[in-house]
Design a protein around this ligand. Structure first.
Ligand SMILES: [Zn+2]
Ligand SMILES: [Zn+2]
Length: 117
């Protein structure tokens, strides 16, 4: 059993680095072991890809949810406020219609009588 020259942690005989502080052990120095930075970088890189994928999926789901919500809003039936009911036949016409699309009767007059006449 070896001990870390830096922190005194017990180190397995076959370890190249101190498990506590990462200092290279005499065995590690002897075998010229490379610091595991490449492994770490690969691990971070993979994690980054996973995160990116998760984010893009979440973004896509959010986008779809927003789209669905806006579709629902557009599909919402027009309220009676936006319709003109024909005084003659009772057909509901789109607001802004001047003549009933069913019977041709004139709908609500565009100009309200002033009452001064
Ligand atoms: Zn150590
Ligand atoms: Zn009508």
């Amino acid at each position: 059993m070896a001990y870390c020259s830096n922190c005194g942690e017990k180190i397995p005989d076959d370890a190249f680095f101190c498990p506590k502080c990462g200092t290279k052990t005499p065995k590690g120095k002897a075998s010229n072991a490379a610091y595991p930075s490449d492994d770490l970088r690969d691990a971070f890189y993979k994690v980054g890809i996973e995160l990116e994928r998760a984010f893009s999926m979440a973004a896509r789901e959010t986008h779809q949810a927003i789209k669905k919500a806006s579709d629902n809003m557009q599909q919402k039936p027009a309220s009676t406020q936006g319709t003109l009911v024909c005084p003659s036949c009772g057909t509901k016409n789109h607001s802004g219609s001047i003549f009933c699309n069913n019977c041709g009767a004139k709908l609500a007059p565009a100009e309200k009588p002033q009452g001064s006449t």
